[in-house]
Design a protein around this ligand. Structure first.
Ligand code: HEM
Length: 217
């Protein structure tokens, strides 16, 4: 569902047939049946089939319909990454195992990805600067020229200030002195408990950031 907005925004900009004809539109409809299989394993299989079909369609569209560097390609890449992650979780659930717990930096990345709700950021002000390895993220990640993380100081890290809409962010939410919008710009705010997770992750000493025993949800 999180992807529908970005897909529909793309579709309404495309020609229906020819350049001088009408514009395309989102053809989203409910499927003809909403009945789910009775057995739990089959229900997961059903979801797996749907996501697998979407992945195949993305592969077909790559290339001719989505040339390198195009907005279509950026969106397809984002969809493919999220679908691949979903497939891994669904495959585990289908086998009756719990999906691997997401902790530490992987969880920080997941929170930020989910905050985008399907938007492919490369099209706008900055890229998904958290799509890097943990060490690089802490030492050098930045957006719009501002360092994202102040190691050990979650409350004063730009990443946390940005998500909370605290100065120098929050120009759209009435924060005095806010020069940039609250992040993610133009999207729903990220849940405060999730922002706290990121803050606490930044505050952990380097040795504990990667130590699984210290990674509570
Ligand atoms: C160090 C932290 C960050 C800084 C300094 C920063 C800075 C900026 C700036 C300068 C812009 C363009 C102007 C504006 O929209 O106000 C922008 C846009 C945006 N940023 Fe960030 N950002 C940060 C973190 C994030 C994070 C973590 C997310 C997502 C979870 C995010 C999502 C967005 C989105 C969705 C837009 C707007 C795209 C649009 O115009 O529709 N940003 N950011």
């Amino acid at each position: 569902m999180a992807h529908l907005k970005v897909i529909s925004e793309l579709l309404i900009g495309l020609d229906l047939d020819t350049a001088d004809g009408g514009k395309a539109g989102p053809p989203f409809e409910l499927p003809y049946g909403l009945t789910l299989p009775e057995r739990e394993k089959d229900r997961w299989r059903h979801h797996l089939d749907v996501v697998t079909a979407a992945r195949r369609l993305a592969v077909t569209l790559e290339g001719p319909a989505a040339p390198d560097g195009s907005r279509e390609q950026v969106i397809l890449k984002g969809l493919a990454e999220r679908d691949s992650a979903a497939l891994a979780v669904l495959a585990a659930l289908r086998q009756g195992s719990s999906p691997p717990a997401v902790t530490g930096f992987a969880k920080v990345q997941q929170i930020l990805d989910e905050g985008l709700r399907g938007l492919a950021l490369e099209c706008f002000g900055h890229n998904e600067f958290w799509h890097t390895d943990e060490g690089q993220f802490i030492a050098a990640a930045s957006a719009a020229g501002l360092r994202a993380v102040k190691p050990g100081d979650g409350a004063r890290s730009n990443l946390v200030l940005a998500l909370r809409g605290d100065k120098p962010f929050g120009s759209d939410t009435g924060t005095p002195g806010g020069g940039f919008r609250r992040m993610p710009g133009g999207r729903a705010p990220i849940d405060p408990t999730r922002i706290d997770f990121i803050k606490q992750w930044i505050e952990r000493p380097p040795c504990c950031r990667t130590c699984r025993a210290n990674q509570s949800d």
